[in-house]
Design a binder for this molecule. Structure first.
Ligand SMILES: [Fe+2]
Length: 374
């Protein structure tokens, strides 16, 4: 798992003033909205005695720990310690990790890492989101896979004739034309022409009188965990952006957003959602059975062919990130104040306030190289 990227942690609709707990990258986060509706993402661990802030409540812009009532501002600084006599200064170390937060495309994104703003990779682009021709539906799909396997599956063009033979894959046309990976900022995209069978159900109705022709399909990825699929069907365009959120080393929640230019009335949303979930369910047994569970670091550990160019590009960029020290699954950090072992991803404030660098992080417990926790 990688730090120093933006992660979509929740849907906008899930986040309100009442704190929400989200587990991602092996860490607990708390998300809430300030009085003005601005989303805030923090580590869900009170610096005092390790209370879960998500069990607390909000007070104006602050979140209150349910244990001793410590109040934290959106930036992570403690604003009030109720047991302190009036006028007692609050120590600078009294703060929790707060992460830069953005609301975009109906997701709450947090920058999980400590890079200064100018050096942060961007949130992936999705120009279609603001195009009124498109209608959006959302959903979650949880599976027992390492997120990198889910990401590679999301960009894999060659598996559709086999895994999706019953839906949009065409077993009679397994050939993939050679393609170039278009390098985009922190990612890669590729476009090919496929010949899927006409869709069944309601979508099939629109196919009447439509000429059968190849379907231009673009697939690709944005680091570290986003895949994009764009399909130019004869009945209209469809774009699916999926944020494969690593919960831990063995669990992923794929948070998807599907945009379509056809059947844009809300009445058809349920059908679109059902189709998206059906595709994940077709993928699930195959991806969950992959060995090794974790994507190998060594590019020669698996055999690649021409149609794997996108995945090779993903693995190369991922390795560059690991080489830069952005991997966060090599250490398990135990806090002084909690028996529960917790991974704590450093927030930007740790660089800005030097005495925070090691604050309340007591012990680093090495774990095995393959990512298995001891
Ligand atoms: Fe698939």
């Amino acid at each position: 798992m990688l730090k120093n990227f933006w992660y979509a942690l929740a849907f906008s609709t899930e986040v309100a003033a009442k704190p929400l707990r989200v587990t991602a990258l092996g860490q607990e986060f708390v998300i809430y909205r300030t009085a003005a509706g601005e989303p805030v993402v923090m580590s869900d661990l009170c610096v005092h005695r390790g209370g879960a802030l998500s069990d607390g409540w909000t007070k104006g812009d602050c979140i209150v720990c349910p244990y001793h009532g410590w109040e934290y501002e959106p930036g992570g600084a403690c604003a009030r310690i109720p047991s302190y006599p009036m006028g007692t200064p609050i120590p600078r170390k009294a703060r929790v990790d707060a992460y830069p937060t953005e609301e975009r495309y109906g997701f709450i994104w947090a920058f999980l890492g400590d890079l200064p703003e100018a050096e942060r990779p961007p949130i992936p682009p999705l120009p279609e989101f603001d195009d009124p021709q498109y209608r959006a539906v959302y959903g979650n799909f949880q599976w027992n896979v390492h997120y990198t396997r889910a990401v590679e599956n999301g960009m894999d063009i060659a598996h559709t004739p086999f895994v999706h033979a019953g839906s949009f894959g065409n077993p009679d046309k397994p050939e993939i034309e050679s393609y170039e990976v278009e390098g985009v900022e922190w990612g890669g995209l590729a476009t090919v022409t496929l010949e899927p069978p006409p869709p069944t159900g309601i979508w099939g109705m629109l196919y009447k009188n439509k000429e059968r022709r190849g379907v231009r399909t673009s697939a690709g990825f944005y680091m570290p965990n986003v895949t994009r699929l764009e399909v130019h069907l004869p009945i209209g365009n469809m774009v699916i952006l999926t944020c494969h959120l690593p919960v831990d080393e063995h669990t992923t929640i794929s948070k998807w957003l599907m945009l379509r230019t056809f059947f844009t009335q809300p009445f058809f949303d349920g059908d679109s959602r059902k189709r998206a979930v059906a595709i994940f369910k077709e993928d699930q047994p195959t991806v969950e059975a992959q060995r090794p569970e974790l994507l190998p670091y060594d590019l020669s550990a698996e055999l690649h062919v021409r149609s794997d160019a996108l995945q090779i590009s993903f693995r190369r960029i991922r390795n560059e990130c690991l080489d830069k020290g952005w991997g966060i699954d090599t250490h398990l950090i135990q806090t002084e104040f909690s028996n529960k072992k917790a991974v704590v991803i450093p927030s930007p404030a740790r660089r800005e306030i030097p005495e925070l660098a090691q604050a309340w992080v007591m012990k680093e417990v090495p774990i095995q190289k393959n990512g298995e926790r001891k």
